[in-house]
Design a protein around this ligand. Structure first.
Ligand SMILES: [Zn+2]
Length: 884
């Protein structure tokens, strides 16, 4: 670029920094003041000037600059004539009138900043030391908040090494960063901590933690030291996570044929944390309940979640940290792969968990977000880096991991693993784009992978495949699936897998255009077998791919029969139910057909199927309460009747040696019956809760049944009798296990009395509930209190905005408070409110939430208009169960 053409204006509104200078090495000294909550930074950046320039442009936000200079390789010092800060574009522009020549130099910056309370950048939070609240420091830089801690080229592709030094650290505190400590100098009550220089890495992976910790450690086969840092006195609770980290680190080293490049891996529990965990290179930070396990208070679901989360973060050390996406457009390469591979390793560590079945819960989150008009492609344009946070969503994680599973399934395990090892070797310490991965897969497999996959990652949405059996020919037709039933011409190349009457008779078929045909007569040696009564066809075998299926009446009836006869796998039972629900929601199937389908599941079920059935019951009952209120209570009996035999079989107490899935089922099914107000379950729950309150060590309320008890208690709390709420709040204060505290928060807003819920929401704003934990309360708000919650939200808007407005957590307020509504009037009201209260950071979330409300509104209208469907519901599902 010619000198005279360079002006400040050209750097404004750009998505990327100009390329005429890049960083090689950062030497950062931070002097922290934990009492005054600020810091002073001294930064030396080795910079390579790529083209003669008057400007150096880097990222910085909310920092104050005291001294800036540039020293070139001939030791000539340049002081900028202007130091310009643009907080909209989050850049620092240094103007050097004489211009800087091509070559290396050192940029020296002295600056200061504040330890903020918004859980991003370098932030302050508190821990309890013998009952006293004290300050500590943590970081959260992903996606683009390293710039709040030090000025930098804050883009994933601009990797560099980091040498970090921390000064003025109270001697009793532990100071951690990505690398091991090289030197510690103690000056009476304070110390200076030097860390070794890092390997090359992206800025978003740099991390610092300073706090009071106990730690435990172990070593991998390769001699990597793994430590877990827990609150003082609680290091026992880190043992489970430590074991998972060691095992997964060893597994990934083998699976990717690539060693872990650092000498240590630390994992640390942070008392206030925006996300679930963060894969900083060599220093993974976690929410406490994602890292600490407790014999008495961790339910089966907690333990599985913890395993998946630890495996996911460790996996990032290959997918993300070693090979990093070139730009945020490819964030799915990080998140999709870490998600998929975390299931892969968990399945090896705990085969009895049947974790691939649970992966389907991830997939349906992707399917449901991607059926919105307001969805986005996996590879998403990120014109403004700040907006990337909204894309850490079900498309990047869940759809991303599902399409990876789809292509892995298509290419086969061995080729896939071999390709990933080549990919790691080729791009280690560098950056990669989606097409780089496709190229490696193509080279190893000989299959033109991008021709199949491009459309899945570059185009939003997915197809529903309608399938008909015409004599002995299967006829397929694909259309894009929208929950709003929008029309679209989009098409995909769909790798179809079919099970034909048994799992040993499988067939693969690539649907490459809108319609396709497959003659199955030869496959069965004649037409006779096809018409045989017990014969069935399941498309998308074991739900390994990302699409939905709509069967003709004949095929659907055969599948119902196959389900009732226990001929299908749990994942197929899950998929058929989930597709039926989605098709019904999109008004492509009458409600009575969904109820018929649900009725087929009145039998012994595996966890994953029962869990989906419960969720479908919840959703269906809310829709029916609006659409046909006069039948609501009778249909409530129908839902209870579907779940009751599972609950009776599981009982309230574990049998010795029972499977983990029994514990998972017990938790969900008892809670569902408490939610549906089943009298015997409620009575039993309250009785056991009382015993637990009197004696915390009672065997009457095992950990996996507590949610049901807490919900039953809250469902029976009202302004006339508030003792339930008071008891739960007391328990919340007294218990120290974080997972128990979380459990209480998740249930405490489930009360049907709106006044109590408003009180609970106020309680959530108080100092008693940690800032980060508001999301649990919000998620549990009862359906009956939705209007109250919306009013409360509007009244408290300023306060909520001040506390959470700058954070990712704010999106939970929007989603959890808006999406329970199901009429167009409310959707309009929400839009009007946000038109006068705009917040760019939640724009996508808001649009999706409003769309979800309108989808339900349309669904309800559709049921109201369909007299025949209503009659069928009354005849078949009310009269049978009304007296139940
Ligand atoms: Zn991740």
């Amino acid at each position: 670029m010619e000198l005279e053409k360079q002006t400040l204006e050209q750097f404004k509104g750009q998505s990327r920094l100009p390329e005429f200078a890049i960083p090689i090495r950062y030497d950062l000294t931070l002097k922290l003041d934990l009492s005054a909550c600020n810091f002073y930074g001294k930064l030396l950046i080795d910079v390579s000037i790529k083209g003669f320039t008057k400007f150096l442009v880097l990222n910085a936000l909310e920092l104050e600059f005291h001294q800036v200079s540039f020293i070139n390789s001939q030791n000539l010092k340049y002081v900028p004539s202007d130091v310009l800060i643009d907080s909209d574009d989050e850049i620092l522009v240094l103007v050097f009138e004489e211009g800087l020549d091509v070559g290396n130099g050192v940029l020296e910056i002295e600056y200061s900043g504040v330890l903020n309370e918004h859980l991003k950048g370098l932030y302050r939070c508190t821990y309890l030391d013998k009952g006293e609240k004290k300050n500590m420091v943590s970081t959260q830089f992903e996606a683009i908040d390293a710039r709040r801690c030090f000025p930098c080229w804050d883009e994933p592709a601009l990797k560099a090494t980091f040498k970090i030094r921390l000064e003025n650290i109270p001697s009793e505190l532990t100071a951690l960063s990505n690398m091991p400590i090289s030197k510690e100098i103690i000056h009476e009550s304070h110390k200076t901590v030097h860390f070794e220089e890092s390997i090359v890495m992206s800025t978003y992976l740099v991390a610092i933690v300073v706090g009071l910790y106990d730690c435990i450690e172990d070593t991998t086969d390769d001699g990597i030291k793994v430590r877990v840092y827990c609150p003082v006195g609680l290091s026992e609770k880190g043992k489970f996570a430590l074991n998972i980290a060691v095992k997964t680190l060893e597994f990934f080293t083998m699976y990717f044929s690539m060693p872990y490049p650092l000498p240590k891996l630390d994992m640390v529990a942070i008392p206030e944390f925006a996300g679930g965990a963060m894969e900083n290179y060599g220093l993974i930070t976690y929410r406490e309940d994602m890292l600490l396990q407790d014999e008495l208070h961790s339910a089966a679901a907690n333990i599985q979640r913890l395993t998946i989360v630890v495996a996911h973060e460790v996996a990032h050390h290959w997918f993300g940290n070693l090979v990093t996406m070139e730009w945020w457009t490819h964030i799915w390469l990080n998140e999709g792969f870490a998600t998929w591979v975390s299931y892969l390793v968990t399945d090896i560590l705990f085969p009895e968990w049947k974790i691939w079945n649970l992966f389907l819960q991830e997939t349906i989150e992707g399917l449901s977000m991607d059926s919105l008009e307001q969805s986005h492609p996996i590879e998403v344009e990120i014109p403004q880096a700040r907006s990337v946070l909204e894309y850490f969503d079900a498309i990047s994680y869940q759809k991303g991991s599902a399409v990876i599973r789809m292509i892995q399934n298509y290419l086969g395990d061995e080729i896939f693993q071999k390709s990933l090892a080549s990919y790691m070797k080729m791009y280690a310490f560098k950056n990669a784009k989606t097409e780089d991965l496709w190229n490696v897969l193509t080279e190893t497999s000989g299959v033109e992978v991008s021709s199949i996959m491009d459309i899945w990652t570059k185009q939003k949405g997915y197809p529903v495949i309608s399938v008909k059996l015409n004599n002995s020919t299967l006829e397929f037709e694909q259309t894009q699936f929208f929950s709003s039933a929008l029309n679209s011409d989009a098409q995909w190349i769909v790798p179809l897998t079919l099970s034909l009457g048994s799992y040993s008779e499988q067939k693969k078929f690539l649907l490459e255009s809108k319609i396709g045909q497959l003659n199955i007569e030869d496959f069965f040696g004649g037409n006779e077998k096809i018409v045989a009564e017990n014969w069935w066809i399941k498309i998308n075998s074991n739900q390994a791919s990302f699409y939905r299926v709509k069967y003709d009446d004949n095929l659907a009836a055969r599948l119902r029969k196959a389900i009732a006869s226990n001929l299908l796998s749990a994942s197929d039972e899950f998929g058929i139910l989930d597709d039926a629900f989605a098709l019904c929601e999109a008004c492509l199937m009458p409600f009575s057909s969904l109820l018929y389908m649900m009725d087929t599941y009145r039998k012994e079920l595996e966890y994953i199927v029962l869990s989906r059935l419960i969720d479908v019951c919840y959703s269906a009952s809310k829709i029916l309460r609006e659409a046909i209120p006069k039948l609501a209570s009778d249909l409530n009996q129908f839902f209870i009747s579907l779940l009751l035999s599972s609950a009776e079989k599981l009982g309230w107490e574990a049998t010795p040696g029972e499977s983990q899935s029994n514990a998972l089922m017990r938790e969900e099914v008892l809670m569902a019956l408490a939610n549906f107000g089943h009298p015997q379950t409620t009575e039993e729950a309250i009785k056991r809760f009382r015993a637990f309150i009197n004696d915390e060590n009672t065997s009457l309320l095992p950990v996996d049944t507590r949610k049901a008890a807490y919900v039953a208690v809250m469902r029976n709390t009202s302004t006339a009798d508030r003792s339930g709420l008071q008891l739960l709040q007391k328990l919340y204060r007294e218990v120290d296990a974080v997972q128990e505290k979380t459990r209480i928060l998740r249930c405490i807003a489930s009360c049907p009395d709106p006044t109590i819920v408003a009180e609970v929401l106020d309680y959530m704003l108080s100092d008693e509930v940690r800032h980060q934990d508001a999301i649990y309360v919000l998620h549990g708000i009862s359906w009956e209190a939705r209007a109250t919650a919306w009013t409360w939200f509007k009244v408290n808007w300023d306060l909520i905005l001040k506390k959470w407005g700058a954070e990712m957590l704010f999106a939970h307020f929007v989603r959890d408070i808006i999406t329970p509504f199901c009429c167009d009037e409310m959707a309009n009201e929400v839009e009007v409110f946000f038109a006068s209260h705009p917040l760019p950071s939640i724009e996508l979330n808001l649009k999706q939430s409003v769309e979800l409300v309108r989808i339900k509104a349309r669904w309800i209208q559709h049921i109201i208009m369909d007299d025949q469907d209503q009659q069928l519901i009354t005849d078949q599902f009310v009269t049978c169960y009304a007296s139940y």
